[in-house]
Design a protein around this ligand. Sequence first.
Ligand code: PMP
Length: 440
Amino acid sequence: MSTQSTAASITNTAAFDAAQAVIPGGVDSPVRAFGSVGGTPRFMTRADGPYLYDVEGNRYVDLVCSWGPMLLGHQHPDVVAAVHEAVDAGLSFGTSTLAETALAELITQRVPVERVRFVSTGTEATMTALRLARGVTGRNLIVKFAGCYHGHSDGLLAAAGSGVATQALPGSAGVTAAAASETIVVDYNSPEQLEQVFAEHGENIAAVITEAVPCNMGVVEPAAGFNAFLREITRRHGSLLIWDEVLTGFRASDAGGWGLTGREEGWTPDVWCFGKVIGGGMPTAGLGGSAEIMNHLAPLGPVYQAGTLSGNPVAMAAGHATLARADASVYERVQTASDALRTGLVEALETAGVDHSIQRAGTLFSVAFGTSERGVRNYADAQAQETFRYAPFFQSLLSSGVYLPPSVFEAWFVSAAHDDAAIEHVLEALPAAARAAAAA
Ligand code: PMP
């Protein structure tokens, strides 16, 4: 049983029934549903440090971290103080604020971008990035990788990861053939396919969009030199490289996924997409790049983009406090906690005799069952894994007070607040979960 910490008010089952009566599927984002793991989604009421608390008072070590943003853990005092101060000054002005400049400055100090435009969601960031790339190049086609997820705008849902992968959907109803026809999908880690696509369509390709490290089909590591190749082939053909760091940004490392490849190799993408950590748990995302490219956006240029709540002052305050606090010690702690979990996971799975492989991206990692021989280089590999082992594994951990992503196609997230006690709690729960996976 999970640790009881506060008095029960309503059961998760009753909360889910009530939600389903007014919200499709009872959830506002499909990845929150327990569709692939079974059982009742947990309704959380509170979070603190590395822990989540549900309506029944059960406590969980949180390995989702709001799908990434909570790099410092829940309710970090710096973030809470900054948000309180911002709230006391007014929720939204619909004007420019100093807070936007301050957060944009922090971002430009961390990664090589000169201008940042804030939006409210990662979906908007990538959608705007595509429009910008088309506006800059005057070309139509976008190349994306199967299994990468870039939000839910029409042109990016083809062969998408995350919830689309969990539900094994090819794409989405409601996306027109015209929208889909402007997206070319290729396998990740395949320079050959890219060469072929560019040979055929090079003059019409506005951009290649990639996750800095794919994390939405589980984590898939870029083969050595693959990202540098993306940089080279896009440049060779006059296309832009759109670098989606919504999930990995300022989380996979201090400089995100780029910090694991481009920084060392000495190249930069053209358009960056940010989200999650830059909002510290509030709805903020953004796109960035050189002044030359970004100045194509309105009001300076002809590519239109706007948002009523873009750069919202409360969200800016949360993001700024998070990034300002995220120094080397934070990344060290997140890495240490992540390494301890990964090591414990491997030990537990090996002891239970569960074939698996682990993919990692700095502080992020995920497990794929039944893949040790072939490895996971692309979406087809990820889909070929023994997904049926995940539900019992997940349920065993859940009943021991550990909240994992309710899908095998997601990364595990830890925070700097995951102290030894929280990690130890997970390590103690892993052997039983591994045995449950073995028995599946
Ligand atoms: N890009 C990536 C890489 C993501 O992981 C996500 C969300 N998980 C998005 C874009 C979309 O962000 P949002 O959910 O804020 O729209």
